[in-house]
Design a protein around this ligand. Structure first.
Ligand code: GLY
Length: 397
């Protein structure tokens, strides 16, 4: 079967909806991806059911730091991903404004920008290299001397070798985004089913029939797989299992005085990042560990976070610890998301594998996957991220 646009059409054989009606949609996973798609599609008139194995929004959506860091995290050879990240960055202000208007919940989109700092001469050399790459890619970045950095953030370490200011790399409070989306989906009329693990996408003759939850078939015209790190646990045969695995990250939060924050920018320091929230939470992240779904907070992981962050911001040693936690990034084989219709099962759509960029990519994912469902087209910027890039035939072509 081709990945033609008709593979997500509501007029497919076996449709549970009347001809011309909006498709009935089942969404697997109630993280920010599933919730935002539920919101968009219910608002457009689709009957929507969102199935969540546990409690909505408590996976990576809860664990993330909320950085919208397309420029600071740009890497060589990832131009397609950079284009997607930048497209999402551009969509975020409107996405946040709409979500706030429809939910009545502020999501704290902060626009001070991100500082990637160097402490040693070696860090400075690495930063210069990154700056050259960012400049060659046409990104909106600015080189700052140590003195200029200190004027912006006086509490940073005494010895700095310079910094890159990424003025368009903003941040949002991801936990507030979850809260806002829960209100928005309820107002839009989407039904949320918690503690309802989806074991299987049921198919007949290569077409989606719905999802199997606690042994019962829940019929749908279209199924969107948005289960993050848990996506591989859903049987989607005859489609191949998705190459998505959990990438563990330990994090912690300290408590600042919100009236006298130690920093206002997001800080990328060597081996760590520091994210200040308006309410005084100072988030330190994150380890990157290949340990499956291991939920252990370890002394070594927490020590590393505190040590690297303390080197960049020594004054944090006075702050009380508020919270320590573990999250699971949905890492794909090439660290890029998996978006769009399945080539193997008609009526199955993917919105998963967002790895380190889940919150950043939320705005563009909500847009392109909602369009995919409603209009049967996948926007050009999302084309490189079809699941078919992992199949041997696509590789040979
Ligand atoms: N994007 C930050 C992280 O994955 O830790």
């Amino acid at each position: 079967m081709s990945e033609s646009l008709s593979s997500v059409s509501s007029s497919s054989a076996g449709s549970t909806s009347a001809p011309g009606a909006r498709p009935r949609v089942a969404i697997v996973g109630a993280g920010v991806m599933g919730l935002s798609l539920g919101w968009r599609l219910a608002r457009a008139g689709c009957p929507v059911d969102i199935y969540e194995a546990g409690i909505a929004g408590q996976g990576a959506s809860h664990a993330a730091a909320g950085m919208l860091a397309a420029c600071a995290e740009a890497e060589p050879g990832e131009e397609d991903l950079l284009a997607l990240n930048r497209a999402s960055q551009a969509l975020w202000p409107r996405f946040a404004a709409e979500l706030e208007a429809e939910s009545g919940t502020c999501v704290d989109l902060r626009t001070e920008g991100t500082l990637t700092i160097g402490l040693t001469a070696d860090d400075g050399a690495r930063l210069r290299h990154l700056f050259a790459l960012q400049t060659a890619l046409g990104l909106p970045v600015e080189w700052l001397t140590a003195a200029a950095v200190r004027r912006l953030e006086p509490h940073l370490a005494g010895q700095l070798s310079g910094a890159i200011l990424s003025a368009e790399d903003h941040q949002v409070d991801n936990r507030k985004v979850v809260a806002a989306l829960l209100t928005a989906i309820a107002r839009a009329g989407a039904r949320l089913h918690e503690n309802s693990p989806v074991a299987k996408v049921e198919t007949q003759a290569g077409k989606t029939l719905g999802v199997v939850v606690n042994g019962a078939l829940k019929r749908a015209d279209l199924v969107i797989l948005a289960a993050g790190a848990w996506s591989r646990g859903v049987d989607i045969s005859p489609a191949a299992p998705l190459p998505v695995r959990p990438v563990k990250g330990q994090m912690l939060a300290l408590r600042m005085d919100p009236a006298a924050p130690l920093v206002n920018h997001v800080i990328w320091a060597p081996n760590s990042y520091i994210v200040p929230r308006r309410n005084g939470r100072l988030i330190l992240g994150a380890t990157t560990e290949e340990k499956g779904f291991d939920t252990a907070l370890t002394a070594g992981g927490q020590l590393a976070l505190l040590t690297y962050a303390w080197r960049a911001l020594p004054a944090l040693e006075e702050l009380p610890i508020l919270e320590q936690w573990v999250g699971f990034r949905p890492g794909s084989r090439d660290d890029a998301p998996i978006l769009g219709p399945s080539a193997e099962v008609e009526g199955l759509v993917y919105a998963t594998g967002h790895h380190r960029n889940g919150i950043l990519l939320l705005a563009v994912t909500a847009k392109v996957i909602a369009e995919c469902v409603l209009e049967g087209r996948l926007e050009k910027v999302a084309e490189p991220f079809r699941a078919s890039r992992f199949t041997p035939r696509a590789a040979a072509e």
